[in-house]
Design a protein around this ligand. Structure first.
Ligand code: HEM
Length: 432
């Protein structure tokens, strides 16, 4: 008891009397966080309700305590902070998540290797031999790949709806200023319209599939879910697939853009990847991710240096403690894989891109590597993502010489998903 009474709020910068630290943070997010980390240590307050945690063990503790003491990010743009509603939604989601898990596991993911390469080839055929903005091209690939993984040949309209929702979400991810969701401002209306259109389309696909019955069993995630839990209501199937579609295209596209950035700056690495892909064990045309250890190491290292989910949020459900600190109900805890992945206490030469640290199946140092999160809400698509990204890295290096006019000057953007936004590149088809 005596010890509890000594617990207090973590220290942190006071900031401007009216705007707090938001302006300084907005001007240079990572610079601001690095400064605070240096001055206040591994746990610091951003404002009265927001705490940043940079310590890997405490980060894991928060992630593991999700569902008990912490809830995940509340519904988009919901400022009512209804913690009971968030807890009820989380219980429903965890049930659907358990059902979907095997459908996204290693062996299920491996079955889609061939189609992953075909979809990438088709997207690149439209974008090769001329300068392109890399992020939208990678999004075109990941949106088609995840839509087809979920709905097979029925997925036709889904990628377009995913692009629409990315556009509608942009204004929110670009800024940390929030407005109440009920405010009828254009960006809220646009977002809810796009969200509704996507959910309606997914629900219609689920209903059509059920109506077609067992006569046409399909080898996709929708078929898997209907098989695994025939009593799952249509709306639950649709919202589960919605979460998977949302997680499964924007973040991997950001990761692939960072991988292209590395390829454009490292012709020798691209050559090594090409050799690996061309080796007979690589199969010439890579149809399996299992035999591509260098490509996999490049993916792991890129996710270390440029983790697309660079910031994760949890909210304390009630008054609680974290390490030596106290938190109040509704306090947000922000977790930062980017700074952990570049901390010299856990990584040698932390800012250096070195895939060799992952060679021969070498593992990360303890809890200091978490591109896919951890705990009960760890990424549901990590096995699929690793396979898709490994194959795509190998295939891009094998088929194209990647050059970029701005790879040397572009910088990663710390808004929404971390990626070298604005990266342009030409994918020049290799002969032979
Ligand atoms: C490079 C690729 C990816 C990265 C780095 C990544 C990263 C993450 C991270 C860090 C989280 C946890 C967020 C948190 O705890 O707040 C997460 C959650 C999630 N991811 Fe991924 N992800 C990737 C690809 C995918 C793919 C391909 C899918 C779909 C097949 C997917 C589906 C999901 C879902 C549904 C969640 C929410 C899980 C839950 O809340 O229970 N992700 N992802």
């Amino acid at each position: 008891m005596a010890q509890r009474e000594t617990l207090s709020r973590p220290p942190g910068p006071r900031g401007h009397w009216l705007t707090g630290n938001t302006r300084e943070y907005e001007a240079d997010r990572i610079g601001f966080l690095r400064r605070c980390h240096r001055e206040y240590g591994d746990v610091f307050s951003f404002d009265e309700q927001t705490v940043f945690v940079i310590d890997p063990n405490l980060t894991h503790e928060v992630l593991v305590r999700t569902g008990d003491d912490f809830v995940t990010e509340l519904a988009p743009f919901d400022m009512r902070r209804d913690l009971d509603q968030a807890a009820a939604q989380a219980t429903a989601w965890m049930c659907a998540r358990r059902t979907a898990w095997p459908g996204l596991g290693r062996s299920a993911a491996a079955a889609s290797d061939g189609r992953t390469v075909e979809i990438l080839d088709a997207v690149m055929a439209d974008n090769a031999d001329r300068p392109v903005d890399v992020l939208p091209v990678m999004r075109a690939f990941t949106a088609r790949a995840i839509a087809e993984y979920c709905f097979g040949a029925d997925c036709a309209g889904v990628p377009g709806l995913l692009h629409e929702i990315i556009r509608a979400t942009q204004p929110f991810t670009d800024s940390s200023y929030e407005f109440p969701a009920w405010l009828p401002i254009p960006r809220h209306r646009q977002f809810f319209r796009a969200y509704r259109r996507l959910i309606d389309a997914l629900t219609a696909l689920v209903r059509q599939r059920r109506a077609s019955g067992a006569r046409t069993p399909r080898n996709d995630l929708l078929g898997f879910l209907l098989d695994a839990d025939p009593a799952m209501p249509d709306e639950t199937v649709a919202s589960t697939l919605h979460s998977i579609l949302m997680g499964g295209h924007g973040v991997p596209a950001a990761a692939l853009t960072s991988i292209v950035w590395e390829l454009a700056r490292r012709p020798r690495l691209a050559g090594d990847l090409r050799d690996e892909a061309d080796r007979p064990t690589g199969g010439g045309a890579p149809s399996s991710a299992a035999s591509l250890p260098l490509a996999e190491a490049v993916v792991r290292e890129t996710l270390r240096l440029t983790p697309p989910a660079w910031l994760m949020t949890r909210t304390a459900g009630a008054a609680t403690t974290l390490g030596d600190w106290s938190l109040g109900p509704g306090d947000d805890v922000l977790l930062n894989p980017y700074l952990i992945h570049r901390d010299p206490r856990w990584w040698q030469r932390p800012d250096e891109f070195d895939p060799a640290r992952w060679s021969d199946g070498q593992q990360a140092p303890g809890p200091a590597y978490l591109p896919f999160g951890a705990g009960p809400r760890v990424c549901l698509g990590s096995a699929l993502a690793m396979r898709q990204l490994t194959l795509a890295t190998s295939r891009l290096a094998q088929r194209f010489t990647v050059t970029s006019p701005n790879a040397a000057t572009v910088v990663p953007e710390f808004v929404g998903r971390l990626a070298p936004a604005g990266l342009r590149a030409s994918f020049l088809a290799r002969s032979g």
